[in-house]
Every structure is written in structure tokens, then in C-alpha cells.
Design a binder for this molecule. Structure first.
Ligand code: MG
Length: 388
């Protein structure tokens, strides 16, 4: 029987890799829903290739565009499409906090969730896993690090794991002089050495906020306390993460830096089938590791702080960072301002005892997200513009 697949964020980086894997899978899969935020022409091209798929456009400026007819519109349209179509599996490649509600809608509709949207787990892990459990569905991580950790834990036994070691490429500024950080341009931040991704996550990789979010994500996905999750810089992005067992042995997952492997494994789970990835060639391969510089990249220690405090701190960290990165990309903030903005927002009170058990949990999380963005904007307009 064909697996009915929805691809959310189909015209983005994860979406494109997912479509590649689905093309290679041929008759195994049927694409039933494709969504994009603003990629109207990309979605149009996909609809010609996969005419049976329903389409959804969530972006605000797409209403008057030359989009194909009969398209689900806006966030509500996408949630309605997921509920009505009820796919077998939803690949969520939406960027940012906007991915949370579609993730919940997917699980609610009885779909497995192949999750590339780390914000879903960062903002609402307890909510997501309670829903998955209630519906008997799986959350399959499609972040390369978490895919690695997940497969290692499955192979060696979750109960035997003492520590999760996440690898980080270190981004383009690993060797940059710290005194030059204030002059980092948007163009420099968007030039990632090993991964080709969307602009927001590329800036996050440069600031190590992406790794910070991944620490919080790992804590949520694998119910591991943050002090048993460490980060090591590994510029080649060949070791995708490691697990140290209680006996001291460390196991690693190695492959080329290509998102098609985690996507492939999520779509075929639990089968281990050949993936179109080129094999890893060890000839002349050098693997380097070094400690991250927490002083130069404060987004990493700030993430540990948010993870340790729990409650709405991770959601606030994420929202403040999204606002800060948007300001950086539009040149309203400098690179160093990103962590200043997030630090400022995290200094507010985000404690919220029992929030995830509340029937209004989702609403409370979304309100916190909005409040953190607003606080970040206040900082940008009052503190940054006041100085310039
Ligand atoms: Mg990652």
C-alpha cells in the first residue's frame, strides 16, 4: 500500500530534498498535500509534476498572485487541509515557530510526524509527545543531529545512554577574530561552509543559535537533562552526532552532509533501505573536533539557560532569536545584537508552572511567543536605534 505523504514547506530546502527522496521512492509513496509559504512558482511547478496533490499557500502576499486555483489559503487553510486529508506521514519543513500548529494538526489527524521543524519540540515538547502518545503516532526527527542520535539510541538502547554529544559545523565565523564580529555582514553570515539551507537557519548556524535550539530539541526529544547534552565543533559535518554510553564507549553516525538521509529514513521507518546518497569515502578524509567558544557565541550558553529553566523560556529564546535574526537580515540589527536581544528577553519572567498540563497550553505558548517578539522589537527600536 502506498504511503500518503504531505510535504509542508515543499519549496524550501528540506522540501526540495524530500521531493527528491519521494521521486526516488516511486510507487512507494503518494504525495497528497504540498504547502509553501510564499513559493508560488515553485508550488505551481510541483503541482504540474504531482497533479493529485492538494496545495496550500500560507503566505500573506499570495492571495492576488498567479497561484494555481483551488488552493488552501493561509494558516487556517493549511490546518484544515491536514485534518481533512489525514496523510499517513507529514514531513514538516516549515521554518520557525510557524511550524508548531501544523505539527500538532498532523499528529491530531493521525499522521506520523517527520520533523525538520525543531521549533515544534523547542516550544512545546510535552504537548507534542502527549498528543503523539494519545494518537499512537511517531515523531521522527529529521534534523541531521537528532536523526543520528535517534538511530544510535535505537541501536544501543536508550537506557544505556549517559550523554548525547551534538556536533556543530561551527559556521563561517569559527576562525574569525572576535574583535571583527561587530562588522559581520548579512552576506558573510549567509555563506555556510558545509550546509545549503534557508537564510534564517543559516544565520542561526553562524551564531550557534541553531545548535542552541538543537540542545533544547534533544532534551525534549530524548528526555535527557541539558547537563547530559554536550556540543562539539566538527567543521567537516561528517559525524552527525554521538552517544556516550554509561560504560564510556562513544558511538557516532557518519555520512555526507545531505539531508536526504534523515528524510529517507523517516519516510521508510522502520525499514533500512538503500538511499540514493553517495557513499562516504574515507580516503583523504580528516575529521577535526574542538570545543565551542561560549564567550564568542553566547547564543549557545543562553540556550542551555533556557533549557535548564524550562517552562516558556525555550519558546521565548526561540521567538526572540527569530525577531533578532529578521532584524539582522533586514539590517536593523548587527550580528552581535542577536544575542543581546535574546539575553534581554530571557531576563523577563517566563516561568509558567504546569503550563503544559493546562488545556490552554497551546494558546499560552503562542502568547509567550508573541510577547517575546514584541519585547525583542522594543529592544531593537529603543536600544539599538537610540545608539545609532
Ligand atoms: Mg541540525
Amino acid at each position: 500500500m502506498k504511503k500518503r505523504v504531505a510535504v509542508l514547506g515543499a519549496t524550501g530546502s528540506i522540501g526540495k530534498s524530500t521531493i527528491d527522496v519521494l521521486r526516488a521512492g516511486g510507487e512507494r509513496f503518494e504525495i497528497v498535500l504540498l504547502s509553501s509559504h510564499t513559493g508560488v512558482s515553485g508550488l505551481r511547478a510541483l503541482s504540474r509534476e504531482f497533479p493529485a496533490a492538494a496545495l496550500a499557500l500560507t503566505g500573506p502576499d499570495t492571495a492576488g498572485s498567479d497561484a494555481p486555483a483551488n488552493v488552501y489559503r493561509g494558516k487556517e487553510g493549511l490546518l484544515r487541509a491536514i485534518a481533512g486529508i489525514a496523510p499517513d506521514i507529514v514531513v514538516n519543513g516549515i521554518a520557525g515557530a510557524a511550524g508548531l500548529e501544523p505539527s500538532l494538526a498532523a499528529l491530531d489527524a493521525g499522521a506520523d510526524l517527520a520533523l525538520a521543524n525543531k521549533e515544534t519540540v523547542v516550544m512545546a515538547a510535552p504537548l507534542v509527545f502527549a498528543l503523539a502518545k494519545r494518537k499512537g503516532r511517531r515523531v521522527l526527527p529529521v534534523d541531521s543531529e537528532h536523526h543520528a542520535v535517534s538511530s544510535l539510541l535505537e541501536a544501543h538502547g536508550r537506557e544505556n545512554a549517559g550523554e548525547i554529544i551534538l556536533t556543530a559545523s561551527g559556521g563561517p565565523f569559527r576562525k574569525r577574530k572576535r574583535e571583527d564580529f561587530a562588522r559581520i555582514t548579512v552576506e558573510e553570515a549567509l555563506a555556510h561552509p558545509t550546509w545549503n539551507m534557508g537564510p534564517k537557519i543559516t544565520v542561526d548556524s553562524a551564531s550557534l543559535a541553531n545548535k542552541g535550539l538543537e540542545v533544547i530539541e534533544a532534551a525534549g526529544l530524548f528526555t535527557m537533562p541539558p547537563d547530559r547534552i554536550s556540543v562539539v565543533i566538527h567543521p567537516q559535518s561528517i559525524v552527525h552526532s554521538m552517544v556516550r554510553l554509561k560504560d564510556g564507549a562513544v558511538y557516532a553516525q557518519l555520512s555526507r552532509p545531505d539531508m536526504r538521509l534523515p528524510i529517507h529514513n523517516a519516510l521508510y521507518y522502520p525499514e533500512c533501505t538503500p538511499c540514493s546518497l553517495e557513499p562516504l569515502d574515507f580516503t583523504g578524509l580528516t575529521l577535526e573536533f574542538e570545543a565551542p567558544d561560549s564567550t564568542a557565541f553566547p547564543m549557545l550558553p543562553l540556550a542551555y539557560e533556557a533549557a535548564g529553566r524550562g517552562g516558556l523560556y525555550p519558546a521565548a529564546y526561540n521567538a526572540a532569536n527569530e525577531a533578532a535574526v529578521a532584524a539582522f537580515l533586514t539590517k536593523r540589527a548587527g550580528f552581535l545584537d542577536i544575542s543581546r536581544i535574546v539575553d534581554y528577553v530571557l531576563n523577563m519572567d517566563w516561568t509558567a508552572a504546569g503550563v503544559f498540563e493546562s488545556p490552554e497550553a497551546l494558546q499560552i505558548i503562542l502568547e509567550a511567543d508573541g510577547k517575546a517578539r514584541k519585547a525583542a522589537e522594543t529592544y531593537i527600536s529603543e536600544k539599538l536605534y537610540a545608539c545609532s
